[in-house]
Design a protein around this ligand. Structure first.
Ligand code: PLP
Length: 459
């Protein structure tokens, strides 16, 4: 321990540097200590800061950056490699959508554009058209002028702004006790986003039935039935992350019926529209159904995946209210929230999306590009399943093709996962979740035979 300063100097120093109310108590305690006592000198003013890095994953610990290895999966913490919840081509490369390249050129050549601030709520044509693709051309809510959009920093930003608004204004003022229900399991950030917005009662609703390797509809509906009225439910619009398991249309109807009867608020997270089935309309079916059933709802849209605009941070929070006046009031509060967080959103990504969505030819090209990505994932699913079945790998593998979107819960248990990582150098989550984009025509055989070995050795 270094010899510290004598107290009077210490106290003066504190006075100078912490002109804060809370420091008074500290000063009182310091002054009441003997003057000749030695104190440790902190090596840094920030020395009390803990390490925020999560370190619980098998993948993280086992990861060795060897180019020979099959990097099959991205973990959320595994940000040093290139598979972080992002699309990859069959060559394992990131993909700039051709339509995006074209629109970027168009924007670069447009001399009328400048770098003035956008309005606080964002680029109007982006907001309107983003909401239009979520809710559909024929949306009764759009026709009745009771939809508003808030341009946000990605889907995460849309969730965060929505959560902040709900804490401030939903179910009373600043009601931090409204229960927020998140599927078990879910995208890991959902919990933190709502906690950081101030919600204190975050609960899990049943979703994944591990034995069945499918949706636990009964558990989900029971949890909705027993939830307090006005609870908030985060629903994955499509391509549920991490299970890849979505309710069927019939099941969505059942979910909507219970939520309506029990006065539960639907907050959709739509991070993969088009990416799941290859069809924008099909992937938005649940959101549109809820709107047609008269729900007021939020829908956080991300354009990170379906436009490949990950680092441009493009998102939209669609707000569907009961009438125009209601939505305008909500937007006026959203404006106040945004002003203190990022003040004005960035323009490039929003311009790319707006230009694409407003030009019929570019729109058609984009839909085609999205389908290319979705089809590659669907192909990898069917190829993997076919290989496992051909090898006679114990168990059933139909869930691989029944699941949808970027992620799949393989059903591999922790021992099997450990074997895959340590012996086969195939990196996947301890939960058995994989990113289908890590599969390519070149590594399919190796991956399938490795799963076969893992499952055969550790039943
Ligand atoms: C379910 C889900 N919601 C939201 C997001 C966040 O998307 P963005 O990168 O646009 O913030 C992701 C990203 O992986 C996600 O999987």
């Amino acid at each position: 321990m270094q010899r510290g300063l004598h107290f009077p100097a210490h106290v003066d120093w504190f006075r100078k540097h912490f002109v804060l109310k809370g420091a008074e108590e500290m000063l009182f305690q310091l002054q009441s200590l003997p003057c000749d006592m030695d104190l440790p000198v902190p090596s840094s003013m920030l020395s009390a800061v803990g390490n925020g890095q999560e370190d619980s994953s098998l993948l993280h610990r086992a990861y060795e950056p060897n180019p020979q290895h099959v990097h099959w999966m991205v973990g959320r913490w595994h940000y040093l490699d290139h598979y972080k919840s992002a699309y990859r081509t069959d060559e394992g490369q990131p993909w700039v959508l051709p339509v995006v390249k074209k629109v970027e050129q168009k924007i670069a050549n447009d001399t009328s554009l400048n770098h003035e601030y956008l309005p606080i709520l964002g680029l109007p044509e982006f907001r309107a058209n983003a909401s239009r693709i979520a809710l559909g051309e024929d949306s009764c809510a759009i026709k009745e002028n009771r939809v508003g959009g808030v341009q946000c920093l990605g889907g995460t930003g849309a969730l965060r702004i929505g959560a902040e608004f709900l804490r401030r204004w939903y179910n009373g003022n600043n009601n931090t006790t409204t229960p927020v229900y998140i599927s078990s399991p879910s995208w890991e950030n959902h919990n933190s986003v709502f906690v950081n917005a101030g919600f204190k009662d975050i609960r899990a609703y049943r979703y994944w039935d591990a034995a069945k390797r499918g949706l636990d509809l009964e558990g989900l509906l029971e949890d909705m039935e027993s939830a307090p009225e006005f609870s908030i439910f985060i629903l994955h619009a499509c391509a549920h992350n991490p299970t890849g398991t979505d309710p069927t249309l019939e099941q969505w109807k059942q979910i909507a019926a219970v939520m309506k009867r029990r006065f539960l608020f639907p907050f959709f997270d739509s991070a993969y529209q088009g990416f799941a089935s290859g069809c924008l309309d099909r992937d938005a079916w649940a959101v549109r159904y809820f709107v047609s059933e008269g729900f007021e709802l939020f829908c956080a849209q991300s354009f990170s995946k379906n436009f490949g605009l990950y680092n441009e941070r493009v998102g939209n929070l669609s707000v569907v209210g009961k009438d125009t006046d209601n939505v305008q009031r909500v937007l006026s509060q959203m404006e106040k929230i945004v002003r203190t967080i990022w003040s004005n959103p960035p323009s490039q990504g929003a311009r790319i999306v707006a230009t694409t969505l407003t030009c019929p030819q570019l729109f058609a090209e984009w839909k085609d590009n999205v389908k290319t990505m979705a089809d590659r994932v669907l192909l990898m699913r069917s190829e993997l399943r076919a290989r496992l079945q051909a090898l006679g790998t114990p168990g059933t593998w139909n869930h691989i093709t029944e699941q949808i979107g970027m992620f799949s819960f393989t059903g591999l248990n922790p021992k099997q996962v450990e074997y895959m990582i340590k012996e086969k150098h195939i990196y996947l989550m301890a939960s058995g979740r994989i990113n289908m984009c890590g599969l390519t025509t070149k590594n399919l055989d190796y991956v399938a035979s490795s799963i076969h070995e893992a499952v055969t050795k550790f039943q």
